[in-house]
Design a protein around this ligand. Structure first.
Ligand SMILES: CC(C)(COP(=O)(O)OP(=O)(O)OC[C@H]1O[C@@H](n2cnc3c(N)ncnc32)[C@H](O)[C@@H]1O)[C@@H](O)C(=O)NCCC(=O)NCCS
Ligand SMILES: Nc1ncnc2c1ncn2[C@@H]1O[C@H](COP(=O)(O)OP(=O)(O)OP(=O)(O)O)[C@@H](O)[C@H]1O
Length: 197
């Protein structure tokens, strides 16, 4: 089984590329989903985050209100760094566990790790190759505004905390250009599946 790290900035299209890959038979781990799990009440990162950010990040039911936490960390670098330090170790541990489990089961030929912070979470070393999804910043901002119902400023602030295209490209064995249509992405994914699976 080959392990592929799929990364790229917010709104570049990792989600739709992952869907194409799933349709083509690959197994996909979604790092955002794991990040949501490990901050739930009773899970490892929960107490650390509540201790640091205080009750302001909690909903009435005691769970962390992610949208609110996002508003705080995407405005303040130091707070984002704390969030990353706290969560990335648990995310990396859970992903490594899932890779091991998939290897033991031996079903999938290709395991995709869809992770916007693949590099920052120290996951490059568990991957056999890194694929990076490209779309320019204007396009990405427009897409996340529509998907998440956020403002232009919030979208731009989120983008500003992430790597520049040049930095992403440095890690890439393959680049998937998602500036065009879904059909154009499907063709690229099909070619990559032929090459890697
Ligand atoms: C900040 C949080 C609370 C916002 O939650 P919310 O449900 O509103 O957004 P979601 O998790 O779906 O993320 C949306 C997008 O924001 C970007 N993003 C998320 N976390 C970060 C981060 N730490 N730094 C930069 N961009 C980020 C990604 O492109 C992501 O796909 C949440 O993303 C989080 O806990 N992030 C820290 C963990 C992390 O690094 N996750 C990324 C997976 S490695
Ligand atoms: N080629 C495209 N044409 C039109 N819409 C697109 C295209 N690619 C992605 N989108 C839409 O843009 C939005 C962002 O795409 P997606 O969720 O795949 O990005 P992402 O890289 O996973 O972002 P994030 O890191 O924020 O999770 C989604 O609503 C998706 O349906």
């Amino acid at each position: 089984m080959k392990v592929i790290g799929l990364t790229g900035g917010t709104g570049s299209g990792k989600g739709i590329v992952s869907q194409c890959l799933r349709d083509a038979g690959a197994a996909v781990i979604d790092a955002d989903e794991i990040a949501h799990e490990i901050i739930k009440k009773g899970k490892p990162a929960y107490e650390e985050l509540v201790d640091y950010f205080g009750l302001q990040i909690l909903q009435e039911d005691g769970q962390i209100f992610r949208r609110k936490l996002g508003e705080i960390v995407f405005r303040e670098k130091e707070k984002l760094e704390f969030l990353n330090r706290c969560t990335h170790k648990y995310i990396a541990r859970e992903i490594s566990r899932q890779i091991q489990e998939a290897k033991e089961l031996g079903k999938a030929k290709l395991m995709i790790i869809d992770a916007p912070l693949l590099v920052e979470a120290g996951l490059v070393e568990v991957c056999d190759a890194v694929w990076v999804v490209y779309a320019d910043e204007e396009v990405r901002a427009r897409r996340v505004i529509e998907r998440d119902g956020i403002t232009w400023e919030t979208a731009k602030a989120r983008i500003a905390t992430q790597k520049s295209w040049e930095e992403y490209e440095r890690y890439a064995q393959e680049v998937i250009d998602n500036s065009g249509t879904l059909g154009q992405v499907q063709v690229q994914v099909k070619n990559l599946m032929k090459k890697y699976a």
